[in-house]
Design a protein around this ligand. Sequence first.
Ligand code: ASP
Ligand code: MG
Length: 428
Amino acid sequence: MALIVQKYGGSSVADAESIKRVAKRIVDTRRAGHEVVVAVSAMGDTTDELLDLAGQVAPIPAPRELDMLLSSGERISMALLAMAIHSMGFEARSFTGSQAGMITDATHGAARIVDVTPVRLREALDEGAIVIVAGFQGFNRDTRDITTLGRGGSDTTAVALAAALEADVCEIYSDVDGIFTADPRVVPLARKLGRVGSEEMLELAANGAKVLYIRAVEYARRHGVLIHARSTFSASEGTWVLDASKKSPLVPEGATMEEPIVAGVATDLSQAKITVIGVPDVPGKAADIFKIVAKSGANVDMIVQNVSAAATGRTDISFTLPKTDATTALKALAGEQAEVGFESLVHDDQIGKLSVVGAGMRTHSGVSATLFEALSMAGVNIEMISTSEIRISVVVRGVDLAEAARLVHTAYGLDGDAEATVHAGTGR
Ligand code: ASP
Ligand code: MG
């Protein structure tokens, strides 16, 4: 008997039929003799609809009330799911985030989990019940208010529950089959990975892969939670997020075998590039610029500083950031142009970022040469490069991104034999 935490995304519980299908899957797991704890997302696009509604009554909704509103989405799905399980003759009990002991800091809309005290969940399990928990929400002890964890937060709920209850596995169900070597909508020959290391998963999630949320992957890595990302709509194995050095009796032997140098290629069209032109090449200017950008709330990713032209003593600094942060950052920089002393700003929202991720990079040489060669053969110009120990990222023109990803995928020998079945899914 194992303790299994399952997370179902919004697309898995979009309507009554889907909820019944999920209930059946949960009951099957219980029938197999396992204890089951479920974290559930709001039905379909409920969260977006509630956000939209809030925007219609107030230009900037009060954060506390927004969390009260958004947390109601998961409350609907959890109760319906428990009812559906009841009607199949099984005992199920639903709990809100606060009842489940999801203790967070006080940051509305992006709360961090600080403690999990699942006393009531443990009691319910001991009494033989299936436990259903509302994903994406928590409770702050100081303010005594309901919080939410940020978009996609139900993944984090599931992983945090799995850690606190010392579950054997955290199964993340969505409408895609697992983690692929690339987004199958971009690279048709992408293959489903049997296993991916947690560090690789972290880099993939941080660089555009959308199946798992980065905060959930981070949490799982820190607490040693085994994740199995799989599809609600099929019984087949998905992808195990597990480090090669670790073993679990649940993970089939075959899944731990593959150990390619490159695990996958991630693509991201959500970033923009800002170039600060004519920055005086003296100490302190980069600090000035990035202090201003940070204060605007933008999350900077890549940074490149050009060599300065000797004649002018000035240089250009380019950086990338989420498209949604660009306008605010530009405004903030323009407001302090005179103080910093740069000449002008260029905003470019037509960029694409391609990243190659693989733990094997640590011990193999020539990985970057393969990437640059594939791009050069495609005639794709590289505008920026950044690396970590296990990742190489390049910024290219957005229109070139898909073709670049396909060629790079082939160059690393990642192509499968047949086109991946592409579901219309969003991975949620
Ligand atoms: N319902 C929330 C959202 O749509 C949380 C989640 O789905 O994980 O972001
Ligand atoms: Mg959702």
